[in-house]
Design a protein around this ligand. Structure first.
Ligand code: GTP
Ligand code: MG
Length: 364
């Protein structure tokens, strides 16, 4: 609730003049939070992992009804290292070939079929706008991504956003696969990238470590299949399961207000199956799902585990990282949404009043 200008003003008063894109170090963050009496939670990877476990998406009831679900993958990396080109390469070689009419990217997530051992295996990619949401979700302990693919340009090496992506993935306890990109370029030096990565603790499998690294050219479509196979192998080891035969729950990955459709949200279903007509509550928003759209913008009747789906029918725009769940009736949904709104209001008020002790979790 504090404006960027105010925080900058405070930093200036302390003789710190951030240049706009500068990252504040831990001590500076603590100092700012102290000034505004905001509780600081150290995003210690172990703690975040514990939080994620607490919000375990599977219940005991699910255990004897589990079925395999597709992996959810996020591509991250430094600006211009080729994330979008890699997504395009994957889409062209796989989606366009397997789905009539190719894909129109309606939402920031889509399903791709990868041929493994003669069978088509589905996997779900979260697009890079998900980058921001990923941070927000991690802060809330939500774990949506099963694997992070980090793209590093072979002619440029590790850069600030590469590091950021590594920190994100490690903190969330998500396995990393490295795509060393642009190997077709003059000046490409994949070995140097591997050296840089090993010097920060990511030892390539080829050198006896545990991080798979695949050398690719996203532009020329070189080794893309290798990369996908590697990713699917890592996914297999995770034994990803869910119970499709229950009420859906999952996480909001993006949301906004559409001119004619009203509030629109993209969900990733993490357990159960979401159906048209279901009543959903997510954060302060709730409503009956009037329509569901798949990643090509086609209307669908339902979406199972790992599947991204765009929904209309919510009364409000939720926030990326909010969890959603299907409830029995609109009354129940309204009550839950009001309770959530009340909690948030209390939290904001107590933050303003300087009583930083009351938190969402202590009230819940
Ligand atoms: P942002 O979205 O801005 O963060 O960048 P990005 O990571 O999505 O990079 P993008 O895919 O837009 O690629 C940046 C530039 O690198 C483009 O000009 C691409 O054509 C080029 N590029 C991407 N992959 C390759 C590659 O494998 N080889 C070569 N030679 N160029 C590539
Ligand atoms: Mg891009």
């Amino acid at each position: 609730a504090i404006s960027e200008g105010e925080i900058l003003g405070y930093l200036y008063s302390k003789g710190i003049k951030p240049d706009g894109v500068q990252t504040l170090d831990k001590d500076m963050v603590k100092m700012v939070c102290n000034e505004y009496e905001v509780e600081v939670i150290d995003a210690d990877p172990v703690k975040v992992e514990e939080m994620a476990k607490k919000k375990e998406i599977l219940d005991e009831d699910d255990l004897d009804k589990l079925q395999d679900r597709p992996p959810v993958l996020t591509i991250m990396g430094h600006v211009d290292h080729g994330k979008t080109t890699l997504l395009d390469a994957i889409r062209k070689s796989k989606v366009a070939a397997s789905e009539a009419g190719g894909i129109t990217q309606g939402i920031g997530a889509y399903k791709v079929l990868v041929p493994i051992d003669g069978k088509s295996q589905p996997c779900v990619f979260l697009d890079t706008p998900g980058h921001e949401a990923f941070g927000a979700m991690r802060a809330r302990g939500a774990r949506v991504t099963d694997i992070v693919i980090i793209v590093v340009a072979a002619d440029d090496g590790i850069r600030p956003q590469t590091n950021e992506a590594i920190v994100h993935a490690k903190a969330a306890g998500v396995p990393i696969v490295i795509a060393i990109n642009k190997i077709d370029k003059d000046g490409a030096n994949p070995e140097r990238v591997m050296q840089e990565l090993s010097s920060i603790g990511l030892m390539p499998e080829d050198w006896g470590g545990d991080i798979p690294m695949v050398q690719i050219s996203a532009l020329k479509g070189q080794n893309i299949d290798d990369l996908l196979e590697t990713v699917m192998l890592v996914a297999e080891l995770q034994e990803l399961k869910a119970n499709p035969d229950r009420n859906a729950k999952g996480t909001v990955i993006e949301a906004g207000l559409h001119k004619s459709k009203g509030p629109v949200a993209t969900f990733i279903v993490q357990n159960g199956t979401l159906k048209r007509g279901d009543v959903v509550v997510c954060g302060e928003a709730f409503g009956k799902m009037r329509a569901l759209f798949d990643d090509s913008g086609n209307r669908v009747d339902e979406a199972g585990p790992s599947i991204p789906v765009q929904v209309i029918g919510l009364n409000n725009v939720p926030i990326a990282g909010d969890e959603f769940e299907v409830v029995a009736s609109l009354d129940v949904a309204r009550q839950k949404a009001v309770a959530c709104a009340e909690l948030l209001r209390n939290e904001r008020m107590s933050a303003k009043a300087g009583d930083g002790k009351v938190t969402l979790s202590s009230l819940a």
